[in-house]
Design a protein around this ligand. Structure first.
Ligand SMILES: Cc1cc2nc3c(=O)[nH]c(=O)nc-3n(C[C@H](O)[C@H](O)[C@H](O)COP(=O)(O)OP(=O)(O)OC[C@H]3O[C@@H](n4cnc5c(N)ncnc54)[C@H](O)[C@@H]3O)c2cc1C
Length: 351
């Protein structure tokens, strides 16, 4: 193991939108920092999503601190948002290191000690975890063999042409599953496999994008249910066409409760009833684990391994912060709009 002598005031793990926002603010405050990312480029999720997909949030909510993305209310493509992130990183060059995977973090002598997969050790006083939510997809609900099936997650969407005229199963009942299913309607032989009823909320309410309503809703719901955002958060299924498709019966919806997948067939219960057969493609949209294992030794856990967070901070003494995770600072913390607010909150605590 090589021991790096370089000590940073702050290390940010992750160079997605959250890491970029944090780096900008650290730079503005002349704080000596390093951003590390396991991939070879900036942009996180937006460097990997298919460029034809669109963000659900209105353009004006997608700005990071320092450079306005747009003042428009329209949705934008992943491609144009990724261009914005690249422009951002050019305008404010990062002190960064790519192809650097952090696999363990310890806390000793008032320093966070980060171990990279190549065996290097980095040290810092304050640590910001901005690793996003998509590195740990949840597994499919069945143990069957999927050898002959092209199985991938929703974030690995391959573009509409790829799925044309194929038997496609989309597994999940959240926004991503419903959004991809809505895109596939009329193109593929489509089955949506759900573990709970799909209850879409409109993308626009009173003519205004749903993302505007999150904060007023948060105030109301916190009054009605103070536990919200401590252990739970609202995750409505945003309707980008699924409601209409369901009403017009343009797709098959199957409840996966109590099912088994064997030899290309989905059986109900003890194997009597066959629900659907022979998928060519399965898109797993069952969600992601909020994995905190890299900082496992450092964290202060509540029951059920929930992290105690206050204003994105896990432990004031250890100066350990989380940015870009659901409810780390508020209901919209995992969205770009929340990331911007939370990055300002963290910098106030760091300086
Ligand atoms: C399909 C989908 C659509 C979405 N659409 C929207 C939307 O329209 N609007 C919106 O506001 N939000 C949306 N979101 C939420 C989205 O999570 C945020 O917009 C944003 O991507 C979060 O940025 P981030 O920097 O926190 O994480 P990411 O963009 O995921 O970046 C995390 C980075 O951390 C790196 N990393 C992870 N682990 C390690 C490690 N151990 N060592 C080193 N590097 C590591 C990864 O390589 C990655 O580059 C969407 C999410 C998904 C999944």
């Amino acid at each position: 193991m090589t021991e790096s002598d370089i000590h940073y005031q702050v290390i940010v793990v992750g160079a997605g939108p959250a890491g970029l926002a944090m780096a900008y603010l650290l730079d503005q405050h002349k704080i000596n920092y390093l951003v590390v990312d396991q991939s070879n480029q900036i942009g996180g999720l937006y460097a990997t999503l298919h460029p034809e997909l669109e963000l659900l949030s209105p353009a004006r909510f997608n700005s990071l601190p320092g450079v306005k993305f747009s003042s428009d209310n329209a949705r934008v493509s992943v491609a144009s948002y990724h261009d914005y992130l690249k422009f951002y990183a050019q305008k404010f060059p990062l002190n960064s290191r790519f192809d650097t995977h952090i696999n363990n973090i310890k806390y000793e002598n008032s320093r966070h000690i980060l171990q990279t997969t190549c065996g290097e050790v980095l040290r810092c006083k304050s640590l910001v975890i901005a690793t996003g939510m998509t590195c740990f997809p949840k597994p499919l609900p069945w143990n069957g063999s999927f050898e002959k099936v092209d199985l991938h997650t929703g974030v690995q969407w391959k573009g509409i042409d790829y799925y044309k005229n194929k038997r496609v199963w989309v597994v999940g009942s959240g926004t991503s599953a419903c959004e991809l299913a809505a895109l596939l309607v009329g193109h593929a032989e489509l089955t949506l496999l759900v573990n709970k009823p799909v209850k879409p909320v409109p993308l626009y309410f009173a003519g205004i994008n749903i993302h505007y309503w999150v904060r007023p809703l948060e105030l109301i719901s916190k009054k009605l249910y103070p536990g919200i955002c401590k252990h739970d958060y609202l995750e409505p299924v945003i309707d980008t066409g699924i409601k209409d498709a369901m009403r017009r019966k343009l797709l098959t919806i199957v409840d996966i409760a109590d099912t088994e997948f064997v030899s290309g067939k989905l059986f109900k219960g003890e194997g009597d009833e066959v629900l659907c057969v022979d998928p060519e493609v399965i898109i797993n949209c069952t969600g992601f684990h909020f994995d905190t294992s890299i900082v496992g030794e450092t964290l202060d856990y509540e029951a059920n391994r929930m992290i105690k967070l206050h204003k994105n901070c896990s432990d004031k003494d250890k100066r350990l912060y989380f940015l870009g995770f659901p409810c780390s600072g508020g209901i919209d913390s995992k969205f770009l709009r929340g990331i911007k607010r939370d990055a300002y909150r963290i910098i106030k605590q760091i300086v």
